[in-house]
Design a protein around this ligand. Structure first.
Ligand SMILES: NC(=O)c1ccc[n+]([C@@H]2O[C@H](COP(=O)([O-])OP(=O)(O)OC[C@H]3O[C@@H](n4cnc5c(N)ncnc54)[C@H](OP(=O)(O)O)[C@@H]3O)[C@@H](O)[C@H]2O)c1
Length: 268
């Protein structure tokens, strides 16, 4: 039970990587604030975890991370319910439909910037203030991306904001280790989740990537056009890496690390 007595916040916990992470943390003893907009999915997760007899617990907190007031309320709720916070996982994120810069309008800019970048900053800022006040070991795990490391073609906002996630990870790791705060990230690629579906529902369909970005979807910019698609990973593969980094015993001396969760794909 790596997380017995620990309290964690996981954003974007209603599906995919966030959901798998919240569930794993609770299975390992943590009290988990599971935040996202789709409350029914968070409640379903809470019930499933409770029925399984897991030692930890899921507290669903309806949160739109694009709204700074809702982020503050999420942290307030966590402290009100559990009295402290040990781990923050910044996971909520959206794709931008692989739009290249000349087709990225202000609406897409705001959507992707506020979700993937500004919210990460706001959550880190509040969490670090709490951690400093507590004075006990604490850490942040950010969900960056293969797009934190490559320029890709198209997907300007996704690439820009995921580079920023890597940037703040490095900055916090360098700034606070001696005060007991670690900050690390994972860089997933090709994980089977709803992320394409979610952006499609917003009218940012990845199906049109060829029209928008030329013959250059992200997959084909890292591998070569026409190459076979890589084997897909599972959300749990990311959750396992996040749990390792969030573990103050196993990863005690690790801060500023980037774990690629990509089956070696970024090295192709
Ligand atoms: N799948 C991959 O291959 C891959 C690769 C690299 C990086 N990532 C990153 O992994 C993270 C999780 O994505 P996923 O693949 O697990 O996709 P997903 O299944 O679509 O999950 C995205 C999560 O983000 C939440 N979210 C989106 N906008 C939000 C908002 N405004 N407020 C609160 N929550 C919000 C969604 O919850 P609600 O809709 O309920 O709010 C959902 O729980 C993202 O940061 C993504 O960029 C994924």
């Amino acid at each position: 039970m790596r997380f017995e007595g620990k309290v964690a916040i996981v954003t974007g916990a209603s599906s995919g990587i966030g959901r798998a992470t919240a569930k794993l943390f609770a299975e390992e003893g943590a009290m988990v604030v599971a935040a996202a907009r789709r409350m029914s999915r968070l409640e379903e997760l809470r019930d499933k975890v409770a029925e399984s007899g897991a030692p930890g617990r899921i507290l669903p907190v309806k949160t739109d991370v694009r709204d700074p007031a809702q982020i503050e309320a999420m942290f307030d709720k966590c402290l009100e319910e559990f009295g402290h916070l040990d781990i923050l996982v910044n996971n909520a994120g959206v794709l931008d439909g692989q739009l290249p810069v000349h087709l990225t309008d202000d609406e897409v800019y705001d959507l992707v910037y506020e979700t993937n970048q500004k919210a990460v900053f706001l959550c880190c800022r509040r969490a670090v203030k709490i951690f400093l006040e507590q004075g006990t070991p604490a850490n942040i795990v950010n969900v960056a991306s293969a797009a934190s490391l490559r320029g890709l073609k198209g997907g300007t906002m996704y690439v820009m904001t995921k580079h920023a996630v890597l940037g703040i990870t490095r900055n916090i790791s360098a700034s606070y280790f001696e005060r007991g705060i670690r900050c690390n990230c994972i860089e997933p690629a090709n994980i089977q989740t709803d992320i394409n579906k979610a952006s499609k529902e917003l009218g940012l369909g990845v199906l049109e990537w060829k029209l928008r970005a030329g013959n250059a979807a992200p997959m084909h910019t890292i591998t070569k056009p026409g190459e076979k698609k890589p084997i897909m990973g599972k959300a749990k593969d990311c959750a396992n890496a996040i749990a390792y980094l969030a573990d103050d015993v196993a990863a005690r001396y690790i801060s500023g690390a980037e774990i690629k969760v990509d089956a070696g794909w970024l090295n192709m």
